[in-house]
Design a protein around this ligand. Structure first.
Ligand SMILES: [Zn+2]
Length: 425
């Protein structure tokens, strides 16, 4: 596998060498490095560090009949952003596949449907890792990713995005843990029984995390599941810091001071995240990365299209296909310049300035809306490393950003769970 990857990088270098100007780059030590040399150095670093993407909604694709993770998909044709061949191409070593269940009615029937769908996606991920055991492995602890990397395999971790499948039954959390789930995003785009969303048009319902949500956080602490506050309201973030006995994560969120969006984190939140020992994982959604140029005609067309559509999570396969085609057509009619890797590293620079180098990571949100110019799918994630190297980040810093920080939180969460469990005996 390693050979294959190096071959791929060599291929990339050849392409880059053919099309990039040999503009000299001034390094910190004032020696002159050409663009080609810089890219080559960045790709070597990218290959050496463990690269870990903390958020992809790929399980949503994995339950589609006929979708094969071992096959390379064309992202423009299929909309798919992650499969095993493209993880290899991009030098992406580890990933959290989040079983995303869209929020729906909060009664017994809705809750049990959500749980069944969550389990269906989790089982699809497990089955896929078993069917592709020569390429990937299911990972449960931080050490697993490093062991799999040594074998030349990708590490596949499980998460749940939206606590809806927990329903009102706290014992479901242990069931999910036993399946391999290692973080849970408390809430999604609308409020649920656990917590308020950052984006619910109805406004807050619990003023943060609900009393049941607090029990859920403590149970996650006991088991060793990371608490993910992405999508939660500001109050959810502050409540999670106060309630959780272990550091928390934002699996896919950006900096609000750089791009004003309710899904992004204020400087105050970033500072508190640093005090908490947690980590903010940068995400590749254009709207969270840069201010979109104003386009009222497009906005009206998007609103009209959305008004006639069910929420994506409630659509069947045919409806999803039709929705994707409709949005593709709209995008062609009203193109919007996507964010690019400069925007991503602007956010990283800001988080480093406010929270420090130990509290930032990468969570692309592929297959959940993530994908920008130059980091469109899993095969292009090395472009983040290239830009980090260009801006003077050291290999040690890049290792922290790509996995070290998230792994530190992951280890802390598991250590604290062991302490809680041994003190309970
Ligand atoms: Zn999300």
């Amino acid at each position: 596998m390693l050979k294959k990857r190096i071959f791929f990088f060599t291929a990339i270098l050849t392409v880059l060498a053919a099309c990039s100007p040999n503009a000299p780059t001034i390094q910190n030590d004032t020696s002159v490095e050409s663009e080609d040399e810089l890219v080559a150095r960045a790709l070597e670093i990218h290959d050496r560090v463990l690269t870990f993407d903390s958020h992809a909604d790929t399980p949503l694709r994995m339950i589609e009949p006929g979708f094969d993770m071992a096959e390379r998909h064309d992202p423009n044709e299929s909309g798919s952003k992650v499969d095993y061949p493209r993880m290899i191409e991009g030098g992406l070593d580890a990933i959290f596949f989040a079983a995303f269940v869209a929020q729906n009615i909060r009664d017994d029937e809705g809750n049990s449907r959500a749980k069944a769908l969550g389990l269906q996606m989790i089982d699809a991920v497990i089955a896929s890792t078993e069917a592709n055991s020569d390429t990937v492995g299911l990972a449960l602890t931080p050490d697993d990713a490093y062991a799999l990397e040594k074998e030349g395999k990708r590490a596949i971790y499980l998460a749940i995005e939206n606590g809806y499948p927990i329903g009102d039954d706290i014992s479901n959390i242990e069931l999910f843990y036993n399946k391999g789930v290692r973080y849970i995003t408390l809430v999604h785009s609308t409020n649920n029984d656990l917590a308020d969303s950052a984006t619910d048009s109805k406004g807050p319902e619990h003023q943060g995390i609900s009393p049941f949500g607090e029990q859920v956080v403590l149970e996650m602490n006991r088991l060793g599941i990371m608490v993910d506050v992405s999508h939660g309201s500001e109050e959810v973030f502050y409540d999670a810091i106060a309630v959780s006995k272990a550091p928390i994560i934002a699996s896919h969120s950006n900096a609000r001071a750089v791009t004003a969006h309710d899904r992004n984190m204020s400087d105050d939140m970033l500072k508190l995240m640093a005090e908490n020992g947690g980590v903010v994982q940068l995400t590749m959604l254009s709207d969270y990365l840069r201010d979109a140029p104003e386009n009222p005609e497009r906005d009206a067309a998007v609103a009209a299209l959305r008004a006639g559509m069910k929420p994506f999570g409630e659509m069947n396969q045919e409806e999803r296909k039709a929705a994707r085609a409709a949005f593709n057509e709209l995008n062609e009619q009203f193109p919007v310049p996507a964010a690019n890797v400069n925007d991503v590293v602007d956010h990283i620079d800001h988080i480093v300035k406010i929270a420090g180098i130990d509290h930032v990571g990468i969570g692309c949100d592929f297959d959940g809306g993530g994908g920008i110019d130059g980091i469109f799918d899993a095969s292009e994630v090395m472009n983040i490393t290239i830009e980090l190297v260009r801006r003077g980040y050291s290999e040690q810093d890049i290792e922290k950003i790509w996995s070290g920080n998230l792994m530190r939180v992951f280890r802390d969460v598991q250590r604290i769970a062991a302490e809680i469990q041994s003190s309970n005996v």
